[in-house]
Design a protein around this ligand. Structure first.
Ligand code: F6R
Length: 243
């Protein structure tokens, strides 16, 4: 595991963008696994600028997002489809028919999750998976548990995740309580993994995830077992690391 600590949040985004762009240059038809949340916004801003400057192209790129709230249509401004369109897809030269997210409006959880996992398997899984890190160590919406969930599945969000996400909704009652998410096994099948985190309130979980024991109570700790992981954190999030 390679851990890079940057001075600022913006630098975290540009260093992480270099990892994504190196993948896109090496394989212009790469399959990218993408994440939402506030952390990757500076990374998406850099990718957008570099695409507009003609340094990279998404023309042949395919994407699969990690997760989506159950019950929210893509038109809802807190859905992850809306987020991805706003922060990346509508700003770059990507073919939107090659951008894939779980359908939060499909009430048949088993069918939706099985179809997404099969699509990923048929595609050979992703070349590079981008991840953020929840305060409780979740990746995607794989919450702390007594086992590592393997495949794409329906989750009940924990109170701490609902509370953390409430800042983006009018009230905590509006935050969906369930989501569809790739499993930990799905994420671990990526050929490369890039995780970004920033801010002092992620310092403890960054240390526990990457320098603590590998346990399902800290889902991101499993990344220590993947052969090709780059972690890019700003200095606040990296402040408790023993480097
Ligand atoms: C989002 C996702 C989540 C976030 C995590 C951190 O697609 O999968 O695991 O990466 O909740 O969110 P932020 O970046 O908002 O702190």
């Amino acid at each position: 595991m390679k851990i890079i600590v940057t001075d600022t949040y913006e630098e975290m985004g540009s260093v992480a963008a270099q990892v994504v762009e190196a993948q896109m240059e090496a394989k212009p038809d790469s399959i990218l696994g993408l994440a939402t949340g506030t952390t990757p916004i500076s990374l998406y801003d850099t990718l957008t600028e570099d695409c507009k400057a003609g340094k990279i192209s998404f023309a042949d790129i395919t994407t699969y997002n990690l997760d989506e709230y159950r019950g929210l249509p893509g038109t809802h401004d807190q859905s992850y489809r809306y987020f991805m369109d706003k922060y990346l897809f509508d700003r770059v030269d990507i073919d939107k028919s090659r951008t894939h997210l779980l359908d939060g409006t499909n009430p048949d959880a088993d069918a939706e999750c099985a179809a997404y996992e099969k699509e990923l398997a048929d595609a050979g899984y992703v070349d590079l998976q981008l991840l953020g890190l929840g305060h409780n160590g979740h990746i995607g919406f794989n919450e702390p548990a007594d086992h590592f969930p393997v495949d794409t599945h329906l989750v009940d969000l924990t109170e701490s995740t609902i509370t953390a996400n409430a800042r983006l909704f009018d009230s905590v009652e509006d935050v969906p309580t369930q989501a569809y998410t790739m499993g930990i096994g799905t994420c671990m099948k990526a050929r490369k993994i890039l995780l970004v985190a920033n801010g002092a309130n992620k310092a403890r979980i960054v240390r526990d995830s990457f320098q603590g024991p590998v346990v399902p109570q800290v889902p991101a700790s499993i990344l220590q077992l993947h052969a090709d992981v780059t972690v890019v954190v700003d200095k606040e999030a990296g402040s408790l690391l023993d480097l």
